[in-house]
Design a protein. Structure first.
Length: 256
């Protein structure tokens, strides 16, 4: 009896998960001086994008503050992940927060100080990033305060943190917690996001760096006024998981 066989070649599409690529989008710093208040707001120059994340750091002096919280005007959700209050000076401190972009548009981020004495000098530095895991933003973070760190290159430091995956972006935030003089310069390996070095206002900067391979690194900076105390943050962010369709060939046999 003759048996016929039919070979059918099919293309199958199956979901495959992998890691996306993180990228810096935009950033800005806002700072004031000699104006007592319990909040400061900073607005991005361009619209933010839904699915991206925002990192914000804020520093103050000449005030008694017990907490700093972050909010925005576009339904973003934030968590304060690192903070130091009354350190290194009794009337100075800073905090670091991360959040997700709620709705697309020009976003204003606010740092609110819970205080018994409103600070006179304060600032906030905000940055938007894409390709970050919005359900679990932070890989690892830290904060460090330094009393008179001197003026050597990159001697202002957050202290080392160890990332767990390749390609993560580090955000660094640096705040002068004692005075309103001197010039801050980004860390050698970092790209500057924004800096406030002029006028009688709170001095600070924020920066980022993308680490090729997972490992130990810090956020750092240099100052021309090494007698001032500084607070430095670092956070490494997890990369978003991307689901894509992967093609494959299936060979099916039909016969009798």
């Amino acid at each position: 009896m003759l048996r016929l066989a039919l070979l059918v070649l099919c293309l199958a599409l199956v979901p495959s998960q992998g890691w996306g690529a993180q990228a810096f989008v935009q950033g800005k710093i806002c700072a004031v001086g000699a104006t007592a208040a319990n909040f400061i707001t900073c607005t991005f120059d361009s619209a933010t994008t839904t699915g991206n994340i925002i990192v914000a750091s804020s520093g103050y002096q000449t005030g008694t503050v017990t907490s700093i919280t972050f909010t925005d005007d576009r339904s973003g959700s934030y968590a304060t992940i690192q903070s130091l209050y009354s350190s290194p000076q009794v009337t100075s401190g800073a905090a670091l927060g991360v959040g997700t972009v709620g709705t697309a548009g020009t976003t204003a981020v606010t740092a609110t100080f819970t205080n018994s004495e409103q600070p006179d000098y304060y600032g906030i530095c905000i940055a938007e990033f894409s390709g970050v895991n919005t359900s679990s933003i932070v890989d690892v973070s830290t904060v460090n305060s330094q009393v008179t760190p001197t003026t050597g290159t990159d001697l202002i430091t957050s202290g080392a943190i160890v990332s767990t995956a390749d390609g993560e972006i580090y955000y660094g935030g640096v705040w002068n917690s004692q005075n309103v003089t001197g010039t801050l310069t980004k860390g050698t390996t970092y790209t500057l996001i924004a800096v406030q070095n002029t006028g009688t206002v709170q001095r600070g900067l924020c920066e980022y760096w993308q680490q090729a391979s997972a490992g130990s690194a810090d956020a750092d900076a240099t100052t021309t006024n090494g007698d001032d105390d500084h607070i430095t943050f670092a956070v490494a962010m997890k990369t978003a998981v991307v689901t894509a369709l992967r093609g494959g060939m299936l060979l099916l046999g039909v016969g009798q």
